[in-house]
Design a binder for this molecule. Structure first.
Ligand code: CTP
Length: 397
């Protein structure tokens, strides 16, 4: 591989110290680093430590505005294979989303035609603020890649989403962007969201799945280079960009879409599929009558996970989910054997966990080697870890 070059913009946040570790990881992987330090970034790490680690002079607002003749910002913005912003503060993200260019970093980001990866870091409330989430959606829509943030204790004493991703996670995201990705050439089917089972033309039976975890998994697999077929029920979270989307309503339609998408190297069944459909669903809207309440009869839906796991065209790796409200690991282990899949990602969806419909997940990964409990973390982080494990497993076969 030709030597790759990363333009690293270090914003002003306490996690800027982790960017020093990131520079070491990049240099260790023989990736050249051109550092840019924002004015606020200079309050957290010094230009001297950054330049010493990077082995390259630091471009800072004042320096570069005075040295335009030496290397113009346009040229600087295009001199790299990837621009990484770590930490990406709420302010930097807002500037990017608004297309502002009032300092060197924001000018470079506006002038570039190079892919950009952000590692956001901020206080939990700033992260969850509607404005930041709006900016995030806009940036994703512009094709900007994002790694993290993670959940945990924060320097400001609060707890939650907003910690910058760890240097090795950012490094993995950078490597995936700079190379073809370990899942290049692999086709993976991901199911997501709830299903809707009709009672009559206007009413249906559904469940509380938002589709957030499935969408995050599809995006993480895409980021590792996989070709993803995303089969989704009527979810409230939009499907990620860069994947092949098939929208369905019912379990029966989801089965049809999954079977039509085979063959595949992997399948991740994150959908919350209804176990039953109404077998006496009415063609017309059911009316209130004096003769009493309607009686619904149910018939079992096909088990998509079991059919794929036991079918002739079985992918190399089949991953199921188990939504449980009690005895999570035990029920999930039984489910793995019963359905014939390789792994089960089990989670506790009791209402008090806030997992179904929430932004975090606490999962146990069940494989033939046993149960592995992961700490509670953002759904994006669960997705990134799971995708990395899938890449490992498919790579090893
Ligand atoms: N699943 C499926 N088709 C179904 C039901 C479930 O493919 N008709 C898949 C889900 O996508 C998930 C896994 O099976 O990957 C487990 O789903 P879950 O709802 O936890 O299991 P159930 O089959 O409903 O089992 P139980 O009734 O014992 O909870």
């Amino acid at each position: 591989m030709d030597q790759k070059r990363v333009l690293l913009i270090i914003g002003g946040g306490i996690s800027a110290y982790k960017s020093l570790l990131l520079i070491r990881l990049l240099r260790g992987a023989r990736i050249a680093v051109t550092p840019v330090l924002t004015r606020a970034g200079e309050e957290f790490v010094t230009p001297l430590s950054v330049s010493a680690l990077a082995g390259h002079k630091v471009h800072s607002a004042l320096f570069d505005l005075g040295q335009e003749a030496e290397m113009g910002h346009i040229e600087l913005s295009r001199s790299a294979d990837l621009i990484v912003v770590a930490p990406a503060t709420a302010d930097l993200m807002a500037k990017m989303a608004g297309g502002r260019a009032d300092d060197l970093a924001s000018t470079l980001l506006l002038a570039t035609d190079t892919p950009v990866l952000l590692a956001p870091a901020m206080n939990v409330r700033m992260w969850h603020h509607a404005a930041t989430q709006r900016n995030l959606d806009a940036l994703r829509g512009d094709g900007i890649h994002v790694v993290g943030p993670n959940s945990g204790d924060m320097a400001c004493g609060e707890f939650g989403l907003g910690r910058m991703a760890e240097p090795d996670e950012i490094m993995a995201a950078i490597t995936a962007r700079l190379t073809d990705g370990p899942l290049k050439g692999r086709h993976i089917i991901v199911t997501s969201g709830p299903t809707h089972e009709a009672i009559d033309p206007v009413r249906y039976i559904a469940n509380r799945s938002s589709g957030a975890q499935g969408a995050a998994i599809a995006a993480a697999l895409r980021d590792l280079g996989a070709t993803v077929t995303f089969v989704t029920g009527p979810a409230s979270v939009p499907p990620p960009s860069g994947v092949q989307v098939t929208r369905v309503q019912t379990a029966q339609q989801m089965l049809g879409a999954v079977m039509a998408a085979l063959p595949a190297d992997g399948a991740v069944m994150a959908a919350a599929v209804a176990d039953w459909h109404v077998s006496n669903a009415s063609d017309q809207k059911i009316k209130k009558t004096a003769s009493g309440l309607p009686v619904l009869e149910f018939a079992e839906n096909p088990d998509i996970l079991a059919e794929v796991s036991k079918g002739a065209n079985r992918p190399e790796l089949v991953v199921g989910f188990a939504a449980e409200t009690q005895n999570v690991a035990e029920y999930a282990a039984q489910k793995r054997l019963r359905k014939g899949c390789d792994w089960i990602v089990a989670n506790d969806v009791s209402p008090q966990t806030g997992i179904m419909g929430g932004s975090e997940n606490a999962v146990t990964l069940i494989t033939d080697a046993g149960a592995e409990e992961w700490p509670r973390m953002g759904k994006t982080e669960v997705a990134a870890r799971l995708a990395a494990r899938i890449a490992q497993a498919l790579g090893a076969k």
